[in-house]
Design a binder for this molecule. Structure first.
Ligand code: SF4
Ligand code: SF4
Length: 135
């Protein structure tokens, strides 16, 4: 799952709209003193670990403020339990959902994902590299 380093985040806002789980938001005003706009945070219980935000922050924002961590490690450090099932009601579909998934309320970049089929060779190489790096 992904976490934002608030000290490194420049609050550019590029990552939030590209998160398929829509779980990236700005911290509330005043949380980090002297920062306006506030840096981002990830509602990690909702994160599906797709790495899109890691790629966006690294390659589009050029910042590397988001890193992905092993979920078991995060549970241990944060003393919390993170489920591995989607919410029973699913996620309300958005107009752009068809780019991410072949129907249904679940977002993915695997088989059947239209956005995955639209990736060019350079994008695929980046994704493959990220997957290799995370294994
Ligand atoms: S892309 Fe990176 S720098 Fe920009 S808001 Fe997201 S975490 Fe912050
Ligand atoms: S890893 Fe994917 S689901 Fe998790 S915060 Fe980043 S873009 Fe959203």
């Amino acid at each position: 799952m992904a976490f934002v380093d608030v000290n490194a985040c420049t609050a550019c806002g590029l990552c939030a709209p590209l998160c398929p789980a829509l779980c990236i938001e700005s911290l509330a005003a005043g949380v980090v003193t002297g920062r306006d706009p506030q840096p981002g945070q990830i509602r990690f219980h909702e994160c599906v670990g797709c790495h899109v935000c890691v790629e966006v922050c690294t390659h589009l924002a050029g910042v590397e403020a988001i890193r992905a961590y092993d979920a078991n490690l995060a549970e241990q450090v944060l003393s919390t339990e993170i489920g591995d099932r989607p919410e029973p009601a699913g996620v309300a579909p958005e107009a752009w959902d068809e780019l991410w998934a072949e129907g249904g309320g679940f977002h993915h970049m695997g088989e059947g994902s239209r956005i995955a089929s639209l990736l060019g060779p350079a994008d695929r190489a980046l994704l493959d590299n990220e997957r290799l790096g995370s294994s």
